[in-house]
Ligand binder design. Structure first.
Ligand code: SAH
Ligand code: TRP
Length: 341
């Protein structure tokens, strides 16, 4: 083979690995705004996306391996059992994944796409830049011929940066890990934004954690090894580093409980003692009473009925409901509701 032939051969089989970055200065502003907004309310709160700096992402990976944290292994088991069927139903030529993280479970789908010979492009989208770069790099290497286009962005602000689908390439938009549950009460609005990204031949593949015994739920968010506590507390370290704040991290403790009325797990950080914290970057001084809490995350637990209602409100319809034997977790396929279907 001549050199020229070899080069064109490579171009044809090697796939492309591109990364576009849409966070940076703007995102730092978001952190400023989020913290100012969240910590000056009567009930203090912080939005969850700031939990995932490099160390936070590492801790989250450890959460996924914990015996108490059943969602990851359960979702993986459902994917393993159903990936070929999902690919057959959707004709998946392109997989776009929001909050892709390390994409460990996604490989099950990528393998099925490779077996079927339909898959052309994978688009991992995550706010954690190092994670997107490492994941895109590893996948481009492990899946020769696959076009990998990583996007570093905030899915609450940069969905428009997702490249348009190629004509005749059915797209699957995946949002796994139950992350949709971290949105409520805004999940319906977010689902409607996702619906707008779907063409008539495209599918949403959504992972949702299901309502179950509160003891099982609470253990999943308050493990005996303390990894979840460290993950939750890490957000204060992020504020100390990024905003020059002086949170005495050791004076706060991790709290997780199931709210049976709202059917969500609530994660909080509680001040063990009264303290005053300075946050120079936003020129703010915040006082905490002893026992005062900051809400850092909610994780909504679904039922089939609730999800069907959320889909309908977002202009989507449930196409497939895939669950495990114990009905711990559900993966669903949904499509845009079209008048003639
Ligand atoms: N999909 C993986 C990871 C879930 S953890 C799994 O199922 O295990 C949630 C992921 O979403 C993290 O990788 C985090 O960095 C990312 N994330 C959280 N908020 C985000 C936001 N606003 N925009 C983009 N990514 C976000
Ligand atoms: N999406 C995950 C969930 O709701 C995120 C998560 C797991 C999480 N454990 C956590 C977020 C602990 C904050 C704290 O299950």
């Amino acid at each position: 083979m001549s050199n020229v032939d070899r080069r064109s051969e490579l171009a044809r089989t090697a796939g492309r690995n591109t990364i576009s970055v849409h966070v940076g200065e703007g995102t730092r502003r978001t952190l400023h705004e989020d913290v100012l907004d969240g910590l000056t309310r009567p009930s203090k709160e912080l939005p969850p996306k700031h939990l995932y700096d490099t160390y936070g992402s590492e801790l989250f990976d450890r959460i996924c391996e914990l015996p108490e944290y059943y969602p990851t292994r359960t979702e993986r088991a459902i994917l393993t059992a159903r990936a070929d069927a999902i690919v057959a139903t959707t004709g998946m030529a392109e997989l776009v994944e929001l909050g892709s993280g390390t994409a460990a479970k996604t490989r099950v789908l990528l393998d099925a796409g490779r077996r079927a010979g339909t898959l052309r492009r994978y688009v991992p989208f995550d706010v954690a830049e190092q994670m997107v770069r490492a994941t895109a790099g590893a996948l481009a290497e492990d899946y020769p011929g696959l076009d990998v286009h990583g996007i570093v962005g905030d899915f609450e602000r940069h969905l428009a940066e997702i490249p348009p689908p190629e004509p005749g390439c059915p797209r699957v938009l995946a949002f796994l890990g139950g992350t949709i549950g971290n949105f409520l009460p805004g999940a319906r609005r977010f689902l409607a934004e996702l619906a707008a990204l779907l063409g008539p031949d495209d599918f949403l593949l959504l992972g949702t954690d299901l309502v179950k015994d509160p003891d099982v739920l609470e253990a999943a968010y308050d493990d005996s090894a303390g990894v979840t506590a460290a993950f939750n507390l890490n957000v204060l370290t992020v504020l100390n580093r990024e905003l020059g704040a002086d949170f005495p991290v050791e004076r706060f403790e991790h709290v997780a409980f199931f709210d049976p009325e709202r059917r969500w797990i609530e994660l909080r950080l509680r001040a063990r003692r009264a303290c005053t914290v300075r946050i120079p970057a936003i020129d703010l001084e915040v006082s905490f009473l002893r026992g005062e809490e900051i809400r850092t995350e909610i994780s909504t637990k679904f039922t089939r009925q609730r999800l069907a209602g959320d889909y309908a409100a977002a202009g989507l319809e449930l196409a497939e409901w895939l669950t495990d034997d114990e009905a711990l977790f559900a993966l669903t396929l949904a499509r845009r509701r079209l008048p003639d279907r």
